[in-house]
Design a protein. Structure first.
Length: 489
């Protein structure tokens, strides 16, 4: 693979490229699902090809192909150079890359059980058992389960001398129970909504999550929500569970710090940002307790944003994004680093596959846990009057990532430090900076979980990728609640 990629570089340079890199990727995935006791879907696919990225005449060019024969690689490299030269006619300035030394490395994400060594029959059997447990609860109308594996193997070489081979394994699993009554639908998901929990792990993740053991409880909660009281409308203190806080981070912190969006280079999928460059190191993003990092390193955990090197050969790093409430960083690439006064990329350029141009993407955007011991139950006990909300149900946020509204699956009223009545259709809304400045407590490391968001869309053509978000339950004071579903029964 190294020889094939190196041949692409040679062709590009002979044709006039001042810089070139090539990525050969072999991507295999398995996706299985069930619905009400039957197999809903089953697929096992593989994608293999090369992407060549070049700078010629000061502009970018990119081309990709699945023909890895000598002639096919030559044609792909030549096309990338032709595109760069054509693009240079419309350039405003020459591309400027932050320096990066060459790297030679081999890396594989840690795993205990290669998920592809498990059989499809074994996988389906587990899903059907979970499905049966959910539907054994009287009142559950619909049960859905899913299981997903992915192996991404990539060879990267650059004209600056880098030669990197890395392989990443991902496992995702989850399920949901729905209860219908008249025109009302309630849903409970486990271990999270939108596909469950996803991490850079092997099949051992499936064992760790205790899927069967939680199925009855999840089904019972879905049914109980039909008779629960409606979440009140007004202003309240709220406690968000870690999974919901992870999505809050994704939408109101992760996307607005993507420097290509800040600079106006990418604006698809509500994609600009209120975090203009003048706010760096001046904006009070949140309270002193808010410490958010962009961390792609293995020691941060098995997140979907964990890797050894990004797609332009820059090592994984930890970048402080919000430090004691102050905005301190962005997600950068070699091309954009200089715009915020950096002499090195933050290593966040990633691509969905070999046939996509790498763009700035979230890595693991996580809020650091509190330093003092604080459990979820202790946090609830210290709250006189509020609402506890868990598991995302819906979200909406404006194109600058400033005004937002989130709905959750389940809520609990808190009175005098105790959970009292169950609440259905809980929701909250706010303005990003006001919301994060209202955070006055966050649980400690024992409650911290690195959640996976597997289907984050960005770019055009669209690229769907995974990101990680570590979070502990946290409390926010004086938040507007209940408006999202005020017309519900």
């Amino acid at each position: 693979m190294h020889d094939l990629a190196s041949h692409a570089l040679n062709v590009a340079q002979v044709r006039g490229a001042s810089y070139a890199d090539a990525r050969i990727a072999d991507d295999r995935s398995r996706a299985l699902s069930t619905k009400n006791g039957k197999v809903g879907g089953a697929s096992d696919s593989e994608s293999f090809g090369i992407g060549v990225r070049v700078i010629a005449d000061g502009a970018w060019g990119f081309a990709a192909g699945d023909d890895l024969g000598r002639a096919g690689i030559e044609a792909t490299a030549a096309k990338a150079v032709d595109i760069a030269k054509a693009s240079s006619r419309a350039k405003q300035h020459d591309i400027r890359l932050a320096p990066e030394k060459s790297h030679t490395a081999e890396w594989t994400s840690p795993y205990q059980i290669d998920p592809f060594t498990t059989s499809v029959e074994e996988n389906i059997d587990l899903l059907l058992k979970i499905d049966a447990e959910l539907r054994a609860v009287n009142g559950v109308t619909l049960a859905e389960t899913n299981l997903n594996f992915r192996r991404e193997e990539q060879w990267f070489v650059s004209s600056e001398g880098s030669n990197i081979h890395q392989t990443k394994y991902t496992t995702g699993v989850g399920y949901a129970a729905y209860a219908f009554a008249g025109n009302e639908i309630q849903k409970r998901s486990y271990p999270n909504s939108y596909g469950g929990q996803w991490q850079n792990k092997g099949y051992e993740l499936v064992h760790e999550l205790k899927l069967l053991e939680n199925a009855r409880r999840v089904g019972e909660e879905a049914v109980a929500l039909l008779k629960a009281d409606q979440c009140p409308q007004g202003v309240s203190d709220i406690i968000l569970d870690g999974s919901q806080l992870g999505l809050q981070i994704h939408e109101s912190c992760g996307h607005p710090i993507e420097l290509d969006r800040v600079l106006g280079m990418e604006a698809n999928f509500a994609g600009t940002s209120f975090l203009t460059l003048d706010k760096l190191r001046t904006l009070r993003y949140g309270s002193d307790l808010v410490n958010i990092v962009a961390d792609a390193r293995q020691e941060h955990g098995p997140g979907l944003g964990t890797f050894a090197f990004d797609e332009e050969g820059v090592p994984a790093q930890c970048t402080p994004i919000v430090t004691h409430g102050l905005l301190t960083g962005y997600l950068t690439s070699r091309e954009t680093a200089h715009t915020v006064g950096l002499n090195r990329s933050g290593g966040t350029l990633r691509a969905e596959g070999w046939n996509r141009l790498p763009i700035i993407r979230m890595t693991n955007i996580s809020i650091l846990p509190g330093k003092d011991p604080l459990s979820r139950e202790q946090l609830i006990a210290s709250t006189d009057d509020g609402i506890y909300m868990e598991t995302n149900r819906s979200w909406s946020i404006d194109d600058k990532r400033y005004n937002f509204q989130f709905g959750c699956e389940l809520g609990w009223e808190i009175k005098n430090g105790k959970r009292t009545r169950m609440l259905k259709n809980p929701s909250y809304s706010g303005i990003t900076t006001e919301f994060w400045n209202s955070m006055d407590a966050i649980c400690s490391r024992d409650e911290w979980v690195l959640w996976g968001v597997p289907h984050c869309g960005k770019g055009q053509p669209q690229q769907v990728m995974g990101t990680g978000h570590g979070a502990s339950p946290a409390r926010f004071r004086g938040v507007k609640v209940g408006s999202a579903y005020k017309g519900s029964n």
